[in-house]
Write a protein that binds this ligand. Structure first.
Ligand code: C2E
Ligand code: CA
Ligand code: CA
Length: 624
């Protein structure tokens, strides 16, 4: 609103400045100040104009006058700069006095130094004077001092007012913006800093790293990015609770800060992940030393709520320009290096150019698999196994599906081996077994006594406690063990046959059924096959797919079926993709068939629908 006052004063040529102030003369101080100020003006001009429309003008001016007085903003009118010292204050409203905690007497007649702009901003003061001497409006955000010495943030807006091309005075609008600026500072802080540790967050890290890279490019130096992740944070959180975990993170942040120079940036990227930007990084030996120092600092026991605990960490290092020339690439490479360090338990590792894309991809999968369970990205799919004699679905195999937010459906053939290497497959298998049991329970309660087979990898087989876990699961879900089958690949049995035999025997004694998966690919001997407590052999799809065109494949399939039957085991053919294959298997006496010809793996609701719609579910043989 104050700019409109200025505009009115400036744009209405029908009255003079003198008149404006006459209209404001309720205030005696104002009037006397005015009289002295306007003596230099051509008085005859004023007299002439006072004769016309005086009443209307007076009304308008009175309004303007009171608006100026009640305005919360500081308003000042200054005489034009007559000497080197610049304009002097001729009038101020109450708002102006309140802003500075000064009386009108202390202000009137003073030069612009009365605005109290702090000394450290003398550049702004001279800019203001330059504007004034060149008759140009001035806008500035400054820090100013009150009479009592306290500082506040101030917006100054100075407008020259002229009459018929001659500068008559200046109007200044001053506003205390301390609250607004504090709020902006606070909002920016919240957006850029981690609330728990008060360290920069991911976005600020990204910004800082980008700037550091740009500066290093300019100055021909280097930047190092260290990415760090605690080794046992999840355990701590699970055991002692989140609040405890938060305290640990705060202490970690503190120790990290203490290990670094003030020009280095430590940020928290989220969870237990931290990043460190080291500008003008020296050679890799020095960086390795820094990494070691950080690790040493974190290896000292932490004391939290009388608990003493030890946590290690892994660090991945990528440098500009050697490993990447933008923030994004450096982050990705440091991430890959960090997981390489963690996997190999090296403590820290540099990015290596010879880590090929495949590995990088797998390593980034490792990162993501960890969060996939929490984010509910896994889903069990079920593929029917058809009993060939009856043409009915009596069993199903559970196959894991990962619904990745960016990659889409990720094949288990891709992520299961990765999860196996990190050991995370155990957690996934436990989750899947739980989900499978719940599904079995639902089907059985609905009157469909389906058998379900779960794939179990070699890692789980090495777990001595695995049979006990299965036993507990069956009890909890009140499930007859013979409805659960466990598929173990031939190759994982062959990796450690005596151990596998021990675990399989324990499972068998629980009443659980066992199946050898991918049979034909693992060179197991007949002797082993006879000794193993298995119920079913699954012929690998590579033989089944070729059997209608290759005599050799057909011979292998026939041999396996005969052999299995001689040993008293059932045979399931995998990868049945057409009617010809179905017919050939049927003529060979194969017991079960699984493949796209009948059905691809489906989600549980889709499978239910399929059972209702397809002939495989309706007790009728296929029209093969
Ligand atoms: P697998 O146990 O041999 O499972 C059969 C695979 O063949 C499945 O692939 C299935 O979708 C596919 N398949 C079924 N019928 C046909 C067909 O007619 N033609 C062709 N070309 N393929 C067919 P999927 O689901 O991608 O699984 C791949 C492998 O991942 C599985 O091979 C299994 O070794 C592993 N896997 C899947 N789920 C799990 C799990 O929960 N735990 C473990 N440890 N491994 C799993
Ligand atoms: Ca399988
Ligand atoms: Ca298989």
């Amino acid at each position: 609103m104050d700019n409109t006052i200025a505009a009115m004063i400036v744009s209405d040529p029908s009255h003079t400045i003198e008149e404006s102030f006459t209209a404001m003369t309720d205030d005696d101080a104002l009037r006397s100040m005015h009289t002295s100020w306007t003596t230099s003006l051509d008085s005859t001009r004023g007299v002439e104009r006072r004769l016309s429309d005086q009443r209307l003008q007076n009304d308008q001016l009175r309004l303007i006058g009171s608006a100026v007085h009640i305005s919360g903003e500081g308003i000042a009118i200054l005489t034009p700069a007559a000497e080197a010292i610049g304009p002097r204050v001729a009038f101020v409203n109450d708002g102006f006095c309140a802003l500075y905690g000064r009386t009108r007497e202390e202000i009137i007649g003073q030069p612009v130094s009365i605005f109290g702009i702090v000394e450290r901003q003398e550049a702004i003061v001279s800019a203001l004077l330059d504007h004034v001497f060149e008759n140009r409006p001035f806008d500035g955000e400054v820090t100013a001092t009150r009479k009592d010495g306290s500082e506040f943030e101030l917006d100054i807006h100075l407008v020259p007012v002229d009459d018929a091309g001659q500068l008559t005075h200046w109007v200044g609008f001053l506003r205390d913006t301390t609250d607004t600026r504090n709020q902006i500072v606070r909002l920016r802080h919240e957006a850029m800093y981690d609330g728990l540790t008060n360290l920069p967050n991911r976005s600020l890290l990204f910004e800082t790293l980008g700037k550091a890279v740009a500066a290093a490019r300019e100055a021909n130096t280097t930047v190092a990015l260290l990415l760090m992740d605690l080794d046992r944070f999840k355990e701590v959180n699970d055991t002692f609770g989140h609040q405890f975990g938060d305290l640990l993170l705060q202490q970690v942040a503190f120790r990290l800060r203490n290990q670094l120079r003030s020009i280095d940036t430590v940020a928290r990227l989220g969870g237990d992940e931290f990043a460190i930007v080291i500008p003008a990084a020296s050679d890799s030996t020095a960086l390795a030393r820094t990494a070691r120092n950080i690790l040493n600092a974190l290896e000292q026991p932490f004391v939290i709520e009388q608990q003493v605990l030890e946590v290690g960490a892994s660090i991945g290092i990528a440098t500009f320009p050697a490993h990447g020339d933008d923030a994004r690439t450096l982050l990705r490479r440091a991430d890959v290096a960090m997981y390489a360090a963690k996997q190999a338990q090296l403590g820290y590792a540099f990015h290596r150019d010879d880590v090929d894309r495949h590995t990088a991809d797998q390593l980034s999968l490792i990162v993501e698999i960890r969060s996939a369970l929490e984010h509910n990205q896994f889903e069990p799919y079920f593929q029917p196994k058809i009993h060939m004699r009856s043409g009915l679905m009596t069993r199903a195999e559970v196959l894991l599906r990962w619904n990745h937010p960016q990659r889409g459906l990720v094949s288990p053939a891709l992520f299961v081996p990765v999860a196996e290497r990190t050991g995370f497959i155990r957690t996934i298998t436990e989750w899947l077994l739980e989900r499978t049991m719940s599904q079995l329970r639902t089907w059985h309660d609905a009157g469909a006594p389906v058998h379900v087979a779960v794939n179990v990898s070699a890692k789980s087989l090495l777990d001595q406690a695995f049979p006990a876990k299965i036993d507990a699961l069956l009890n909890r879900w009140q499930m007859d063990p013979r409805f659960l089958k466990i598929e173990i690949t031939e190759s994982s049995i062959m990796a450690d046959p005596s151990h596998a035999l021990a675990i399989m025997s324990m499972l068998q004694s629980l009443g659980v059924r066992l199946s050898v998966d991918d049979f034909g690919t693992g060179y197991s001997s007949l002797v082993h096959l006879r000794e193993l407590p298995i119920d079913e052999i699954k012929i690998d799809q590579s033989f089944v797919k070729g059997m209608t065109t290759s005599d050799a494949d057909a011979a292998i399939v026939r041999t396996v079926i005969d052999l299995a039957h001689n040993l008293g085991k059932q045979v399931c053919a995998e990868g049945v993709e057409d009617a010809d294959t179905w017919r050939m298997l049927d003529s060979m006496g194969c017991d079960l068939a699984q493949g796209y010809f009948m059905s691809a793996p489906k989600s549980a609701p889709e499978l239910m629908q399929w059972l209702l719609d397809s002939s495989w579910g309706l007790n009728s043989k296929p029209k093969a």
